[in-house]
Design a protein around this ligand. Structure first.
Ligand code: SF4
Length: 398
């Protein structure tokens, strides 16, 4: 893949017009509609302003003290869908638990998921594990320095590969994460959603990237989006790009980026069973490795069908999933949780095991565990709230 340009297909006429207007504001004789035609003195000024701001105002983040591509890779993946303040303690714990590629590659997936527990988007942890094994098998345990080899690893897309290689090796690869998209969209006052102008935004990120200080430039661009050019209330008065920012000059910075047209998120109602046996143990099951939350443990249950009561749903689901009959008792709790594409409400009931030997009919594994043992297993966030409710009901420390 070329580092200098994006594919010509799917070019957006509105993005082209926005870039042309941006350039024309600077140089009225120039009507080019491509980022590579930005006057070089503007590119230089944008680079210098951003790098000098970063030298004084850049954030002090733990992974910025490292040049180890493994540690930087872990931080990049954790930061993909999670805020910096949440990531920092996870990042530190992770490096203590898995300090290098070899230790991650050799780890049991359950340990990896347990260490990730609570960060969400668990495919990231599964991909890290798989990619560490690939690095061990194909690259001698060293994170590859070639862009295409990094891009071929599980869970690494163009912006993550660029982020890792620029931060670890100071290679001039552009990035385009959510923060950078927002900053660049405002810089040129793009009047369509960023998803409709990705080739142009990649070109802009490529054109602006400092060839001599790509590491600092990319970090600075991310910091600008995270600290000043924030989604709500951008702090333009402090911004090093304010003199060059078309959104600021048009006073439309708070209206950009334009949002994607999205309908309301679907809402699923789920019946969940906390199944007890006579030894005061609870039945948990491990999801199959594929898909959302794959490989994690959970309480059995499933979607409440139209016209079905929660109790009937739970009885049907445990029969289908585990081949057993349960008696549904009192409600334990209700948990609301939002994923990126849907919301769920978990209606959680205590159940008593009545008949049949549990079988893993629709999962990978099942276990009877005590309430004291349950925290050894990795669970998704919504299920952790069920465990907390159980521990509270039984006065165990949470
Ligand atoms: S001037 Fe305002 S809108 Fe423009 S890049 Fe800076 S913070 Fe963002």
């Amino acid at each position: 893949m070329s580092r200098r340009s994006s594919p010509q297909r799917n070019r957006s006429p509105r993005a082209k017009a926005a870039i042309a207007a941006y350039i024309a504001d600077i140089d009225s004789t120039n009507s080019a509609g491509s980022a590579s035609n930005l006057p070089s003195f503007v590119v230089q000024q944008l680079r210098q302003a951003l790098l000098s701001w970063y030298a004084h105002q850049g954030r002090d983040l733990p992974w910025r003290h490292s040049r180890d591509p493994y540690a930087i890779w872990i931080s990049e993946i954790m930061l993909q869908q999670t805020q910096v303040t949440t990531v920092i303690p996870y990042y530190r714990r992770w490096l203590q638990r898995f300090p290098n590629v070899d230790s991650l590659a050799a780890a049991d997936l359950q340990d990896v998921l347990k260490t990730w527990e609570g960060l969400g988007y668990y495919a990231r942890a599964r991909n890290l594990h798989r990619a560490a094994q690939t690095i061990g098998q194909q690259h001698g345990g060293r994170f590859p320095q070639q862009f295409d080899q990094a891009l071929a690893l599980s869970g690494i897309g163009r912006t993550t590969a660029g982020g890792i290689l620029s931060a670890a090796f100071n290679q001039p690869w552009p990035i385009l994460d959510g923060n950078v998209k927002r900053v660049l969209t405002r810089l040129i006052a793009l009047d369509c959603p960023p998803s409709q102008a990705l080739p142009e935004l990649w070109d802009l990120s490529t054109t602006l990237l400092s060839p001599t200080q790509p590491r600092d430039f990319n970090q600075a661009l991310m910091d600008l989006g995270a600290t000043l050019c924030t989604r709500r209330h951008p702090n333009c008065q402090q911004c090093p790009w304010q003199p060059y920012c078309r959104a600021y000059n048009l006073n439309v910075q708070s209206e950009l980026p334009m949002s994607e047209a999205r309908g309301p998120l679907p809402h699923k109602h789920i019946g969940v069973a906390v199944i007890w046996n006579d030894q005061q143990q609870i039945l948990i099951d491990r999801r199959r490795p594929q898909g959302l939350l794959g490989g994690l443990w959970e309480f059995p249950g499933g979607k409440i069908e139209a016209g079905e009561t929660v109790e009937a749903c739970i009885q049907r689901e445990v029969q289908e999933e585990l081949g057993i009959h349960v008696e549904v008792g009192k409600q334990l709790t209700t948990v609301d949780h939002a994923y990126s594409h849907f919301k769920v409400t978990l209606n959680v009931y205590h159940c008593r095991h009545r008949q049949g030997e549990p079988q893993p009919l629709e999962c990978d594994e099942i276990r009877w565990v005590t309430l004291e043992e349950i925290s050894q297993f990795p669970f998704p966030k919504a299920n952790l709230q069920i465990i907390a409710a159980l521990q509270q009901a039984h006065h165990l420390p949470t």
